[in-house]
Write a protein that binds this ligand. Structure first.
Ligand SMILES: Cc1ncc(COP(=O)(O)O)c(C=O)c1O
Length: 351
């Protein structure tokens, strides 16, 4: 059973940016055909375009029932939020769209500026997609060892890539992006996902609200991996506002040299400004191998092909399920496994 929100459709997604509610008429296919140059479009037409565009396929993702742990913990019902079904294929679409819309609303982002940020991949794809859809140039800093699938996808959306040292990981990319920005601040709009409240607010208004609605308020536990921490912080704040006793558990890689792309080992990383460690009731340390294994099991036994970090989140869910015996546990399946094929996540299954 997959639960979908009963309320709004995908077109009416999470953002609460001003002006989100637009015309009295539904968007029609004609919106895309009346090609007005973007710079001269009246505000009303730009907004109407968005609802009918690919951006309307960000948010309102299905909540999938996961049965992998039923034998271990028969009293626990597990759901995974299928974030790989967002338009750009990951949970980061929500944050990127929100930060860009907030930038537009505040006047910090105009069409003469380039969107610049550091990203280990998914946020880059999200910026590139949203930028292409809205007519912005996008420049992204990422370590050279990011998977080929990610680099090629970003290039396909027309964004530029600046490479940073692989040895320095995502922190090295952050430093290079900051240096580029400081050299020419008037050239860029830098959302800075690690310190931008729009990141976690996308999950407060979107992901968290959807989880509450899709479980009919029955969620008892929330488990999510930490990258920028936007997902965990936003969903946790929302669920706690709905019901104070929802237990929220973060998951981090067990060691600094993990292979869980998109996740951060906070004790050895530059800690994101939006991260609030006090929000978590508990934090679990996921081993890389076991996380890979769980991701593979989910594909093989349930037909849901996810990436490494979802495997780590599932590892955390299994720990929680074993401990609690009863409850409704929700986690986030941050992206799909197709993004990691060259990295061997699923390769050994046929070799
Ligand atoms: C694959 C993957 N999983 C999990 C995360 C963590 O999400 P957040 O940045 O909201 O903590 C990210 C973030 O980039 C990611 O790319």
């Amino acid at each position: 059973m997959a639960l979908r929100g009963s309320g709004s459709g995908r077109g009416e997604r999470q953002s609460s940016a001003p002006g989100r509610t637009v015309d009295h008429l539904p968007p029609s296919i004609m919106d895309g055909m009346t090609e007005t140059p973007r710079a001269t479009m009246p505000e009303r037409v730009v907004r109407a375009d968005r609802r009918a565009s690919i951006l309307g396929a960000i948010g309102q993702t299905p909540l999938l029932r996961i049965r992998l742990f039923e034998r271990d913990a028969p009293g626990v019902t597990v759901f995974g939020k299928a974030e790989f079904l967002n338009a750009g294929g990951s949970v980061k679409d929500r944050a990127a769209l929100r930060m860009i819309e907030d930038g537009e609303a505040s006047g910090a982002l105009t069409h003469d500026r380039i969107i610049l940020d550091s990203t280990s991949g998914n946020t880059g794809i999200a910026y590139a997609l949203v930028g292409a859809a809205l007519g912005y140039r996008v420049r992204l800093v990422m370590p050279t060892n990011v998977s080929d699938e990610r680099k090629t996808t970003i290039a396909a959306y027309g964004a530029e890539i600046v490479y940073s040292d692989a040895q320095e990981g995502s922190d090295g990319a952050i430093r290079v992006a900051r240096a580029l920005y400081e050299e020419a601040p008037d050239t860029y709009f830098m959302p800075d996902q690690y310190n931008n409240d729009g990141n976690w607010k996308a999950h407060y208004d979107g992901t968290g609200a959807e989880i509450w609605e899709q479980t009919n308020g029955q969620v008892t536990h929330f488990v999510a991996g930490l990258g920028t921490s936007g997902t965990f912080v936003g969903v946790t704040r929302r669920l706690r506002d709905e019901r104070a006793d929802v237990v929220c558990v973060s998951v981090q890689p067990e060691d600094p040299w993990h292979g869980l792309e998109g996740m951060k080992h906070m004790p050895t990383a530059i800690v994101p400004g939006i991260y609030d460690a006090a929000l978590a009731d508990d934090n679990l340390w996921a081993p890389t191998e076991a996380s890979y294994e769980l991701a593979a099991e989910l594909a093989e036994h349930e037909g849901v092909m996810v990436g490494h970090s979802s495997g780590a989140a599932l590892w955390g869910v299994r720990e929680v399920a074993r401990r609690i015996g009863h409850g409704v546990v929700v986690t986030v399946l941050a992206d799909g496994g197709g993004r990691y094929l060259s990295g061997g996540l699923y390769g050994r299954r046929w070799q």
